[in-house]
Design a protein around this ligand. Structure first.
Ligand code: C2E
Ligand code: MG
Ligand code: MG
Ligand code: MG
Length: 292
C-alpha cells in the first residue's frame, strides 16, 4: 500500500530524479578512467569569413562517449573535471590532440587556418600552463601563430592583474587569444580595452535575440564597432538562421560560427570542409549542405 501511495504522491517525478542522480554519480566516477579508456575525441567547428565564405579558423570541442551512457555533454562533465582537478590532464590532451591534428592537415597541404582550443579558468590558474603550452607547440610542430586559446570573462575578472600578466605571457609565445562567451559575464568596456585579446566571440544568447529585440540589435552593433576600434576581430557564435547571418554580416561582424554553416564535425569531415571552400556563396548556398 505504501509503495502505491508513494507513486500517487510523486507520479513519475521521484524515480526520474533518482535515475539522473545515479547517472551523474556514474559520470563523475567514470571520468577518472575516460582518458585511459580512450573515450575522448575532438570535433572541429569551422569559423567562416562573412566576406568570402572561407574557413579562417576552427574551434576544437571535446567529446566523451561513455561506454554505457553514450555521448555526455561537455556542459555536464567539464565543470566536474574542473572540480576534481582532472581538467588539467584533459585540457592538455585536447590541446595536444588538436595541435597534432592541425599539423597533419598542414603537412598534407590543406589550406591553413587558425586552430582554437578552449581553456577553462582552472587551467589558467595552473602554474605549469605556460610550459605545457610551449611544450605542446614544440612536440606537435604547430606554428604558434596558427594557434588560438579561448578564455572566458568570468575567469579573467577574478584576479585582473594576474590574468593580464598571464595573457601577456601567452601572447609572447606568439599565439592568439579570444574572449569566449562575450556578454555573459560582467566585464566593463574600460577593462576590455586593457586585455591583449585578438578576437571577441559574441555569445549565442545575443545572436538568438538579434531578431527579437531592437535593443539587443543595437547592443551587438555597438559591441562590434567597439571591438573594431580596439583592433579586435569579432566572431558570432551559434548562428543558426539565414536571417541571423544577414543581420550580423550587415553589422560588419567578421566571422560566423554555428549550425547555419556547419555543426562541429569529425576530423574526416573537417578535411572535406577544408577541401570544399568557400563553404557558403553569395546566394547562401552551402558547399556541403548535408553537413548543416
Ligand atoms: P563554447 O566554447 O562556447 O563552445 C561553443 C558551443 O556551442 C559548443 O557546444 C558548440 O557545439 C555549440 N554550438 C555551435 N554552434 C551552435 C549553434 O548554431 N547552435 C547551438 N545551439 N549551439 C552551437 P559544446 O561542444 O557542447 O561545448 C559546450 C561548452 O563546453 C563549450 O562552450 C566550452 O565552454 C566547453 N568545452 C567544450 N570543449 C572543451 C574543451 O576542450 N576544454 C574546455 N575547457 N571546455 C570545453
Ligand atoms: Mg569556445
Ligand atoms: Mg563560446
Ligand atoms: Mg557560448
Amino acid at each position: 500500500y505504501s509503495k502505491r501511495r508513494g507513486r500517487y504522491i510523486y507520479p513519475r517525478y521521484k524515480p526520474e530524479m533518482n535515475k539522473r542522480n545515479n547517472e551523474l554519480m556514474t559520470i563523475q566516477s567514470d571520468l577518472y578512467r575516460a582518458l585511459e579508456r580512450n573515450e575522448f575525441s575532438v570535433v572541429y567547428q569551422p569559423k567562416v569569413s562573412f566576406s568570402n565564405g572561407r574557413i579562417l579558423g576552427a574551434e576544437s570541442l571535446l567529446r566523451w562517449k561513455h561506454q554505457t551512457l553514450g555521448m555526455i555533454s561537455p556542459a555536464t562533465f567539464i565543470p566536474m573535471a574542473e572540480d576534481n582537478g582532472l581538467i588539467e590532464a584533459i585540457g592538455e590532451w585536447v590541446l595536444a590532440t588538436a595541435a597534432t591534428q592541425s599539423k597533419f592537415w598542414q603537412l598534407d597541404g590543406l589550406p591553413s587556418f587558425l586552430l582554437a582550443v578552449n581553456l577553462s579558468g582552472r587551467q589558467l590558474q595552473e602554474d605549469g600552463l605556460l610550459d605545457t603550452v610551449r611544450s605542446i607547440i614544440r612536440t606537435s610542430g604547430i606554428d604558434p601563430t596558427l594557434l588560438e586559446l579561448e578564455v572566458t570573462e568570468t575567469f579573467l575578472m577574478q584576479d585582473i592583474d594576474h590574468s593580464l600578466s598571464l595573457l601577456h605571457e601567452l601572447k609572447s609565445i606568439g599565439i592568439r587569444l579570444a574572449l569566449d562567451d562575450f556578454g555573459t559575464g560582467y566585464s566593463s568596456l574600460n577593462y576590455l580595452s586593457r586585455l591583449p585579446v585578438d578576437t571577441l566571440k559574441i555569445d549565442r544568447s545575443f545572436v538568438v535575440d538579434l531578431e527579437e529585440s531592437k535593443e539587443r540589435y543595437n547592443l551587438v552593433r555597438n559591441v562590434i564597432r567597439m571591438s573594431h576600434d580596439l583592433g579586435m576581430q569579432v566572431v558570432a557564435e551559434g548562428v543558426e538562421t539565414q536571417t541571423q547571418f544577414e543581420l550580423l554580416k550587415s553589422l560588419n561582424c567578421d566571422e560566423v560560427q554555428g549550425y547555419f554553416i556547419s555543426p562541429p564535425v569529425s576530423p574526416d569531415k573537417f578535411r572535406m570542409l577544408l577541401e570544399n571552400q568557400p563553404l557558403i556563396d553569395n546566394n547562401y548556398n552551402l558547399a556541403l549542405p548535408a553537413f548543416a
